[in-house]
Design a protein around this ligand. Sequence first.
Ligand SMILES: *Cc1c(COP(=O)(O)O)cnc(C)c1O
Length: 416
Amino acid sequence: MTHIYNLQKKMLTRKNLLFLIKKYKTPIWIYNSEIIKKQIKKLKKFDIIRFAQKSCSNIHILKLMRKKNIKIDAVSLGEIERALLAGFKPKNNNIVFTSDIIENKVLKKVIKYKIPVNAGSIDMLKKIGKKSLKHPVWIRINPKFGDGHHIKTNTGGENSKHGIWNPKKALSVIKKYKLNLIGLHIHIGSGIKTKNLHKVCNAMKKYAIKLKTKIKFISAGGGISIPYKSKEKEINIKDYFSQWDKTKKKISSILNCSIQLEIEPGRFLTAQSGILIAKVYAIKKMGKNIFVLINSGFNDLIRPILYGSYHKITVFHKKKSKKKRKKIKTIFAEPLCESGDVFTIKKNEIIFHRKIPQVKLGDYIIIHDTGAYGSSMSSNYNSRPFIPEILYKKNNFVQIRRRQTIKEMLSLETLI
Ligand SMILES: *Cc1c(COP(=O)(O)O)cnc(C)c1O
């Protein structure tokens, strides 16, 4: 934790911040490649790390992953195209398509490139089976329980639409259509607690034994969280790995075949690398509340309003000051025409304040740990264009996505 904080501090010097703001204007996303590399290293004991690109899908981030020998997960045709564009070769199980449905245009693509499919429904297995003999497939198992930081990110149990409830039935479909089963996958949610880990490992073991079919891979899924709040602890990766490794070895000996252990993180690799910088445009006193209004809204970062997520906020004061600034209870709000457009919001939709050194007009706000499910969940709501993404590598800032223009945004509609 402290290590990552130091890397971020090294990047966010006064000089660098002034340079970035002048050159790219606000709001902007910045990613620190050093932090992504640091996170990758922490998982190096796993046989395969597969990046869940939905968390941060810029092709330059994907290229960075590829250069570090990371494989890739795609959940749509767009994500397959991104992976190909980033240079992933669709052999060696490099790209896996994970979904609960498969549309015709995706089916064509996965057949053309022989991309393995991690199937979350029996219907999609049938669809592939009818068109592509021996196609490599995984079964995504719903182990009948789930977990996650929010009900919306829980992907197991009977209230979740994800995965296959009856893997035995899936296996009979796989046999009927002569598909090639290569792996078993369980992902019970995003932001899972480690205390449930043994349950997941046991489920994997149970299903592997029940299916009694030789496989090449098991996947522990993603979902590893990061400490968003300073008092939160980082997950114990050593323990996480050892529980899964034991599970792998056990399955491997029972099925009498060698198995590779995959992990499929999104957030863990990118969340802490990213920040969002926005500018203060208004300070309003409403009764006893002080609202600081910035030029970025939930069109850019939707996590607070969608999940009640906490993101650390710091201030970059435009003017230097020798005196220590007074800390003031502040609510950070955004420009969109909706009262919920507030960054400091809790799960039950109640706004709350942060004690923050006094902010002045023209100062900048840095919203931390936004490298996952930040930019990739952005929208054009309120007709605000997508904002730039900048990658920090080797002491340099490289623009990896430019700002969308309003003309570009409107061009889809100028048909008649
Ligand atoms: C979202 C998702 C992940 C990644 O979740 P994180 O919490 O970002 O690690 C991994 N696998 C699947 C199938 C997912 O849907």
